[in-house]
Design a protein around this ligand. Structure first.
Ligand code: LLP
Length: 423
């Protein structure tokens, strides 16, 4: 986390808590989350974008505590399944600040949302509009639109282009047609439009361009259907730095260009300025998290490379395998005596692709029993974890004011067996 301090004795402290203590108390691997680091980002976003609704994308990391922090910090919350909604519900998250997403919401998801009732549902297909129309009475909805803006990010998370599964195409006119379909449903109240260009976006100009196009669509909707929609959600996707040299996201620049584009385009189209929503997930939580691992074995393959194998791997962090993600790794908990040299940190899973970081520098004397900290694992790690090879998922430990507390306990073999109903 941004607040991590590495001492000369090798100890790493986050929020005043020594990571060796966390490892000893909760075991490894363990996810650690800096509560104040997350809350600080929430406040930073709200302060940088006055008047803009900041809606945390819970898919990045959602537990009951995180949902409560989001509520306390005055943010809204984007959920994308009945499961995420159940977490929000368990802390009585304010309904009017909840948004439900998903390209293939099941009838169970929709019923759970109507039952809460969730403030807004972002509809994503003609079939969903029909199904929701039959179930709902006065449900506020937004329409998910594909703005046709390439996010210049990994293909798996590039959602603004035509050839991907989300939304209604702006360019083909499908979005404007879908507006008509929603307006014809008495149970639905269309309040606005939504788009999401993609994730890990570094260029604010792309989000500005999407915003311009969406305001053009608001004008087209007014001209064609005679309705002026009051909300515009321009999605999330703000990049974070995983490595020191990575491009980050210029939040101040984004705020400036967003408000400029909004004022200019609304004036040009003679539209009232809609209420803006943004939906960052990663940017709020990624850097508040780290993962602790214990080295299990070190293997030198002569003339090839040194493999440092840890007690976790692709089950707690599939991001290198999925997106080619890269990380920095520190040896912690003891003084570093030897010079650093490149090693490849691998996991314990039964495939060669189970690599956490290729060619990262670690002290030459790294050995079994050492503690490693992988930085920037707050977003899409706990939430993306699996039980591959029947390895139980790690605990999630919050640190704040010199104290550590368990938010989610480690998954045990009994947990794993409990779902296996037998012979
Ligand atoms: N809004 C919508 C509609 C989304 O689909 C997403 C992310 C977000 C907001 C938040 O995006 P963020 O600000 O966190 O980038 N598992 C991938 C990321 C998947 C993103 C899915 N949608 C990863 O680990 O990189």
């Amino acid at each position: 986390p941004d607040s991590a301090v590495l001492g000369t004795d090798g100890e790493m402290r986050v929020a005043g808590v020594p990571m060796t203590t966390v490892a000893a108390r909760f075991g490894t691997p363990a996810y650690v989350l800096d509560e104040e680091g997350f809350r600080r980002k929430c406040r930073e976003y709200r302060a940088a974008l006055p008047g803009v609704e900041v809606c945390y994308a819970g898919k990045a990391l959602l537990t009951r505590a995180v949902a409560a922090w989001v509520a306390q910090e005055g943010l809204s919350l984007d959920v994308c399944s009945a499961g995420e909604l159940a977490v929000a519900r368990s802390v009585d998250f304010p309904a009017d600040r909840l948004v439900l997403h998903g390209n293939a919401k099941t009838t169970e998801d929709l019923k759970a949302a109507l039952d809460y009732p969730v403030g807004r549902i972002v509809v994503d297909s003609a079939d969903e509009i029909r199904r929701l129309g039959l179930l709902a009475h006065d449900q506020r909805v937004l329409l998910r639109v594909t703005p046709g803006v390439d996010g210049h990010t990994h293909q798996a998370i590039n959602t603004g282009v035509e050839d991907q599964k989300f939304g209604f195409s702006l360019a083909s006119g499908a979005a404007a047609d879908a507006v008509g379909q929603i307006l014809a449903q008495p149970g639905l109240r269309l309040v606005g439009l939504h788009c999401h260009v993609g994730s890990q976006i570094t260029r604010v100009g792309l989000l500005e361009e999407a915003t311009r196009r969406m305001i053009g669509l608001l004008a087209a909707v007014r001209d064609r259907h005679g309705v002026t929609l009051s909300q515009l959600n321009v999605g999330g996707g703000h990049a974070v730095r995983y490595l020191p040299g990575d491009d980050g996201f210029d939040l101040a620049g984004f705020a400036h260009r967003l408000s400029g584009a909004l004022a200019y385009e609304c004036e040009r189209h003679r539209l009232p300025v809609p209420r803006l929503t943004i939906e960052p997930g990663r940017a709020l939580v990624a850097r508040a998290g780290l993962t602790l691992y214990r080295v299990v074995t070190v293997k030198h393959v002569p003339g090839v490379r040194t493999f440092v194998a840890v007690d976790g791997g692709m089950s707690d962090n599939p991001r290198p395998a999925l997106y080619g993600a890269r990380y920095t790794i520190d040896l912690i908990g003891r003084p570093r005596l030897a010079a650093a040299r490149p090693v490849t940190v691998v996991g314990r899973h039964c495939e060669a692709g189970d690599v956490l970081a290729r060619d990262v520098p670690l002290p030459g004397d790294v050995q079994a029993g050492d503690l490693l900290a992988v930085a920037c694992t707050g977003a899409y790690h706990h939430s993306l974890a699996s039980t591959y090879n029947l390895v139980g998922r790690p605990p999630l430990v919050a640190v704040a004011d010199g104290e550590a507390r368990l938010l989610v306990r480690r998954e045990t073999d009994e947990d794993l067996l409990a779902r296996d109903t037998g012979l």
